[in-house]
Write a protein that binds this ligand. Structure first.
Ligand SMILES: *Cc1c(COP(=O)(O)O)cnc(C)c1O
Length: 400
């Protein structure tokens, strides 16, 4: 349970509340063009894409267009892209899919990093409770996975190495290519959760040398409940669920047609605007970072200073505890997160920051600002008008 706010915003500050959304790593607003592309497929185009008649065929064609759009964003062939219900399912399908494809041949080890998303961490934990060996490699103070530890853990029994491309809490970009080179040398497959990186920084499956890659639509201004798994041509995995022959048997079930079409459009928009948007978003992020570090005493930047997603800013605020800070921010209209969406609302310190070696006392006062395509410099002006006052108000209240 969240703790109750301990000080109300003063009367003057309570006026002129603006709503500023800075939680784009949790989810994004759908792009209007993606929404528009979807609508006919929730209405008049209701055919089942598996049907042979016109109603089905016309819908099937649009799914294949979307597959091309998704493939283009990550440098894949369309035939290597399989649609599913989102990032969590895609991570599960990749890791369990590899593990289950090696029932008896002795490939029993899975390797991941301590800062991977719960969709990965809880999947490998599940496997470790079911007869697989698990190695979780540590990270440095920036959240960067230890390549030496991956090297040390790798052996001929390793089925898959799964290390995320960019972290959702601190934005640190992992050395996936370097890890993949080492894994391949030992005959292991490589998966990466690219859910935070695809559409925000260049992602190319051949460049980072991965066999499997997960992406999700709602993190890149697409709809919720749809994602994809990239499976390199020739790589065999066991399907997560059984059923018909949809998605060539890899992911049975009648397709989320409108979701897939919106996802495709979001990928196309992200690809076309990648350079322009990432430069603009980074300049917003850098401006907020500079002003917070200059204005508010006893704060620290978490994550890698450079090798980081352009729109992620994780700030540690010393001398505050629990959820007082994000609750106060919310009362002032500023929507942000203390860590991952999955862990906010619980007073547990962030496992990502703990893995980075940041003391539990500091890890309690975290603010994660994450930018998206709608954010403006006015948003930053507003945050800087409110945040210093919020921080000193919260700091002046002694801990319960
Ligand atoms: C959001 C997220 C997920 C989960 O994706 P869903 O589509 O919400 O299931 C997995 N990994 C990372 C890094 C994420 O940010």
């Amino acid at each position: 349970m969240a703790t109750a706010p301990r000080s109300a915003p003063d009367a003057a500050m309570a006026q002129d509340i603006r709503r500023v959304y800075l939680d784009n790593n949790a989810t994004t607003r759908i792009h209007p063009d993606a929404l528009e592309a979807m609508l006919p497929y929730l209405g008049e185009h209701y055919g089942n894409p598996s049907s042979g008649h016109w109603f089905g065929r016309s819908v099937r064609a649009r799914i294949e267009d979307a597959r091309e759009q998704v493939a283009a964003l990550i440098g894949a062939q369309p035939s290597e892209v399989f649609f599913c219900s989102g990032g969590t399912e895609s991570d599960n399908a990749a890791i369990k899919g590899v593990a289950w494809n090696h029932p008896r041949d002795g490939k029993r080890q899975v390797i991941t990093s301590a800062v991977d998303h719960p969709a990965v961490l809880n999947t490998v934990r599940y496997l470790s409770e079911n007869g697989y060996r698990l190695s979780v490699v540590g990270v440095d103070k920036y959240g960067m996975a230890d390549i030496g530890a991956v090297d040390a853990a790798l052996d001929s029994a390793t089925a898959v190495v799964s290390v995320m491309h960019a972290n959702n809490e601190v934005g640190t970009i992992q050395p996936v290519r370097e890890i993949a080179q080492r894994a391949k040398a030992r005959g292991a497959l490589v998966h990466t959760d690219a859910i935070q990186s695809a559409g925000k920084i260049p992602v190319d499956v051949n460049d980072i040398m991965v066999d499997l890659l997960s992406i999700s639509a709602h993190k890149i201004h697409g709809p919720k409940g749809v994602g994809a798994l990239y499976v390199r041509k020739g790589v065999k995995i066991h399907p997560l669920i059984t059923g018909g022959s949809h998605e060539r048997g890899m992911r049975p079930g009648t397709e989320n047609v409108s979701g897939i079409i919106g996802f495709g459009k979001a990928c196309e928009i992200a690809r076309k605007n990648l350079v322009k948007d990432s430069i603009r978003i980074k300049s917003l992020r850098d401006e907020l970072q500079k002003r917070i570090l200059e204005t508010i005493p006893s704060v620290r930047l978490n994550g890698h200073p450079e090798k980081r997603l352009p729109g992620t800013l994780n700030i540690g605020i010393e001398g505050v505890e629990g959820d007082a800070l994000p609750i106060q921010c919310d009362m002032h209209g500023i929507a942000l997160s203390t860590g991952s969406a999955c862990s906010s609302g619980s007073p547990e310190p962030s496992y990502v920051l703990l893995a980075m070696g940041i003391p539990a006392t500091v890890v309690r006062g975290l603010l994660r600002f994450s930018f998206g395509r709608e954010n403006t410099f006015e948003d930053i002006g507003y945050v800087m008008e409110r945040l210093p006052k919020i921080v000193s108000a919260v700091r002046s209240v002694p801990p319960l």
